[in-house]
Design a binder for this molecule. Structure first.
Ligand SMILES: Cc1cc2nc3c(=O)[nH]c(=O)nc-3n(C[C@H](O)[C@H](O)[C@H](O)COP(=O)(O)O)c2cc1C
Length: 186
């Protein structure tokens, strides 16, 4: 697929078909993820693939409880609180797979490195006809000892990007973008 088409066409997908994802296809997408640039070529990323729906349900429940316990009481959070309080809301939208990108190394740029790998993964998924969405709701919980234990992650690893993948039920509508704020200096 043309790069412009992928960049312009990718959307966060929140409705998936009940169709499993092939391990070979996931491995191919991860080859695209690791082509991302990384500071000092550290390539600190690791990829934890979860397709077990009961495990994803348990992580969703843990993440929701963690968020409700740690979020502020501010009124602008009311919408999120109501969503997280809803027992029918699963933070992974019942997607057939979660790819958690975590940094296995320490360093000042590990978050940027993993985020770049995540964008490559999401663009490659779109080019392959799949949907994806970064699930920030999962991040805090997956960084707790309880969250890491659920996935068997080594304690020093830093989970950065939980990305769900699957076959989209429909193409989401485009989300308008603000024009780039540009200051031409000099
Ligand atoms: C760091 C990050 C965290 C996000 N967390 C969530 C999330 O927890 N749940 C969700 O449905 N979407 C989440 N998103 C998706 C954004 O809502 C989405 O990218 C944004 O609305 C723009 O839409 P688009 O991706 O379709 O262009 C997240 C995106 C990013 C980059």
């Amino acid at each position: 697929m043309d790069l412009d088409k992928a960049i312009l066409g990718r959307r966060s997908v929140r409705e998936y078909k009940d169709q499993p994802l092939d391990a070979g296809l996931i491995s191919t997408l991860l080859l695209a993820a690791v082509q991302a640039p990384s500071a000092v070529n550290e390539q600190p990323w690791t990829f934890t693939v979860v397709r077990d729906q009961s495990l994803l349900n348990r992580i969703s429940q843990g993440a929701k409880a963690h968020l409700l316990a740690t979020m502020s009481e501010a009124p602008h959070e009311d919408h999120f609180r109501a969503l997280l309080d809803n027992p029918d809301f699963q933070i992974f939208y019942h997607a057939p797979a979660l790819i958690l990108i975590s940094a296995a190394a320490q360093g000042p740029w590990i978050v940027e490195d993993c985020a770049l790998a995540a964008e490559n993964l999401m663009l490659a998924a779109y080019a392959a006809g799949l949907g994806s969405c970064w699930i920030g709701f999962a991040q805090g919980f997956l960084n707790t000892p309880e969250g890491k234990e659920m996935l068997g992650l080594p304690e020093p690893w830093a989970p950065v990007a939980p990305i769900i993948l699957g076959h989209p039920k429909a193409a989401p509508a485009p989300i308008p973008r603000k024009p780039p704020e540009i200051r031409w200096v000099g």
